[in-house]
Design a protein around this ligand. Structure first.
Ligand code: KG4
Ligand code: ZN
Length: 336
């Protein structure tokens, strides 16, 4: 029997993406139209421009995904779409397009939570990976430690009290003149820097519980830069980047391992854009090896926003019998 085939759409931020996914884990196509170059001149994502560009790109990206997958419309069993959280105008473009397709093709519609999608990226990378496990979700808007109890069941163990990890990367990158997108630039520049050049604070590390906080660390970097400027002393961009990155990586790694030990979990996964960070991947690998934990980290292309992960998450919702109807709307602050 043919496995369930899902056409998935993702447009929550600055990537217009569509994918065809079979049986949850087989990616037949994964097409992404990135707007990075457009937003670069503004130093960050401009929501109004993002929605307009999604509108211009979405039809072509969906057709490209269908063509690459060599799939006919009649072979699609359901249409899935990210409906939150994200930029409302950006989400609306994907939601409206998915609803139109579901209506015209008379196929079921599935609204997917963006973070459930990020978590599901692990199932594509490792075909054997299954719940229960602990997932460190680190994106531009989220820093969550999530206990994944089942394919569609989650318990949040801790989250950030202020800035998300990715947000801190982006703000520090801007402050040291690296621009947008900050995370990948700090990652690249850090290779040339000394992570011990400046000892920035490791927020929340000494505290019990699994909360994070990154706005204090960001302020510590900004204060350091101001002090250097006042003294007229030059600083090395790569050293600041590497030292900041080392602080974030240490907090994320130690908190995740502490949570895994406290909840007696032997399997750890990562999800979201910041999980593409080389230093974080290396640190989590070393810590999991030392503590004999099994680690799953999504392939790089699946860490940042894409629609294959949405198709994968949708598959498990579909199996659970969940369906959305044509009243589905964009929900910018959708909770997990
Ligand atoms: O998951 P994602 O693509 O979009 C959201 O759902 O937010 O994550 C984007 C975030 C941005 O803050 C970006 O700077 C960060 O992930 N990011 C990285 C890296 N690649 C993307 N942060 C650190 N190192 C990277 N290599
Ligand atoms: Zn994302």
């Amino acid at each position: 029997m043919k496995e369930t085939t899902i056409l998935a759409i993702e447009s929550s931020c600055d990537e217009t993406a569509a994918a065809v996914v079979q049986g949850g884990r087989t990616v037949l196509s994964n097409c992404i139209s990135s707007q990075i170059a457009l937003h670069q001149i503004y130093g960050g994502v401009v929501p109004e421009i993002a929605s307009r560009k999604h509108l211009e790109a979405i039809d072509a990206v969906v057709r490209e995904a269908m063509k690459t997958a060599k799939t006919g419309w009649e072979e699609i069993d359901a249409i899935a779409v990210t409906y939150g959280p994200g930029l409302v105008g950006a989400l609306l473009v994907g939601v409206a397009h998915a609803k139109a397709l579901a209506y015209a093709l008379k196929k079921p519609l599935l609204g997917v939570h963006h973070i459930e999608g990020h978590i599901a990226a692990n199932y594509i990378t490792d075909p054997q990976w299954e719940p229960p496990y602990l997932c460190l979700v680190v994106s531009g808007g989220h820093t969550h430690l999530v206990l994944v109890e089942g394919y569609t069941r989650y318990q949040i163990l801790g989250k950030t009290r202020d800035d998300a990890a990715g947000e801190a990367f982006d703000k520090v990158a801007r402050a040291i003149g690296l621009g947008y997108p900050g995370g990948p630039k700090i990652d690249a520049v850090s290779k040339m820097g000394n992570p011990e050049a400046v000892h920035f604070p490791r927020p929340c590390l000494e505290e019990d519980g699994f909360s994070f906080s990154f706005s204090g660390l960001k302020s510590a970097v900004l204060n350091y830069l101001n002090q250097m400027e006042m003294k007229g002393e030059p600083y090395k961009q790569a050293d600041i980047a590497a030292s900041f990155q080392a602080a974030v990586v240490e907090v994320l790694t130690k908190k995740t391992l502490a949570a895994a030990n406290e909840f007696k979990i032997s399997k750890i996964a990562m999800a979201g854009g910041v999980s593409a960070n080389r230093a974080l991947r290396a640190s989590m690998e070393a810590a999991c090896m030392a503590e004999k934990k099994q680690l799953c980290v999504p392939d790089l292309i699946l860490c940042t926003d894409n629609a294959a992960m949405i198709g994968c998450a949708a598959y498990y919702q579909y199996q659970d019998g969940r369906r959305s109807d044509l009243s589905l709307n964009a929900v910018p602050n959708l909770p997990l």
